[in-house]
Write a protein that binds this ligand. Sequence first.
Ligand code: NA7
Length: 538
Amino acid sequence: MGASALDDHDVIIIGAGLTGIYQLYRARELGLDVTVLEAADGLGGTWYHNRYPGCRFDSESYTYGYSFSKELLDEWHWTEHFSPQPENLKYLDHVADKFDLRRHMQFGCKVRAARYDEDARTWSVEVEDGRTLRCRFLVTAVGILSTPTMPRVDGIDRFQGPWFHTYDWPHDGVDLTGKRVAVIGTGATAVQLIPVIAESVSELFVFQRHPNWCAPLHNGQITEEEMADIRARYDEIFERCRKTPGGFIHMPDRRKPAEVPEAERYAFYEELYRSSGFRIWQGNFRDVLMDDAANEEFSAFVADKIRERVKDPVTAETLVPKDHGFGTRRVPMETRYYEAYNRDNVHLVDLNDTPIERVTEAGVLTSDRDYEVDVIVYATGFDAVTGAFDRIEFTGVGGRTLREKWADGPVTYLGLLSAGFPNLIMLAGPQSGSGFTNFGRGVEEGVDWTTGLLRYLQEHGCTSIDTTEEAERQWVGHVEDMYDLLLVSKVKSWFTGYNSNVEGHDHFRPVAYNGGAPKYRKRLAEVAERGYEGFVLA
Ligand code: NA7
């Protein structure tokens, strides 16, 4: 594709997770010389790293997996409706082997920096092992939750026992049986982990800064018969996912809650609470995510459920969020999470009353007391969406770095390119509609579209693609407008770019695209039909 003069590659993909694997498959189909650089020692991304007990999908398994191969769909059996991490990793390994993708991947290759050569229109990619590789197109598939963050408290490395972030859970496992364990954080990760380890540890101290609105996952096994039925309905399932804003099988209810009689409304809420997966969030009244009154009513309903499930009223009250409404942060899906607090060996520490002062050799010191523990688990989240980009020194036209350009938040066109960084194509990047839906679905569509773009560039002999500041201005404006429609915009979370553990992430940053998958898909299709409007091809 005009890159034949290079000794290296037409395309380098950074990251061998769900996204990178599929982009590799598609790029290879175009006959491109492509290699994938992966920092870890194996493929799988999120599913390679997160090995903590309880880790699993919150998407229905059969909606998360790839749809591109009928043969793959026909042969793969998801054993649970919300499949656990080991099976998810096995699935991705299976895909890589089935399509003979592994030989295009290089593991243990952490990209340190990448510099655009304006004359040659190529990227030089520096790997931490000292090598520099060149490519025409540099494609990032670095994930949106791949840069774990630790709390900014003193003493973390003074602790004498094992300690780790959930993302870095030891691969050979860690036996917590009979141990005193501290878990810091109560996000989606902690909510999966806590009820599982509560059963075997001697004491579990959960350090909570803000509670989240969690909802029952209602997971279950998938029998052979059920799987056969799912296989027969795959077309219908994927078609349904295409129609929903979140890319899940759950369609929002567009009725105005105020127009639905109260008894009917509450029957609906009960039904949602009994339903599995994200239906309670994505299949709720649309207004619950957009209108204060609707949100308040539903939040009060869920608060009562928490109070019913947690025996000690003080603990129950500590677990009820007071600073944000249901669904305005990503909803942690739980399996007997609240019941864990009914156990004698589980203790909730409210950091609002007694903040952490520091970590000591023996445990966690709060303003109230010293919690002596054997193991400390940090479930403290991620430098989400832009973190992985900030960790690589991307230098574009005129020596400007992406980090400088994005200091106040990402600036992109369609979440795919950032002006001044030609040939750097971001998959499921900041402000892209691909990353903020049911990930499997969003990513597959994003990759298919990008593959169409690469084909176009190939066929038209283009050696560079960039975008303009005007196209970016319009896109970022649209991204911000989409935030304004949702209550999510009023709440500090990784959706709105906040992270107390990352310098400068203390204000709103438009990292997510909230317009929904159908709107994003339509926009991408129009852009392509108009000869890649908003892009500058050379
Ligand atoms: P989240 O959702 O970002 O949660 C991180 C949790 O860690 C959250 O409860 C934070 O409290 C807490 N946290 C972070 N820093 C601190 C400090 N310094 N002290 C105490 N507590 C802290 O990350 P997860 O890994 O749980 O989930 C990420 C996504 O993965 C999730 O949305 C799913 O999509 C899958 P805070 O609320 O900030 O007070």
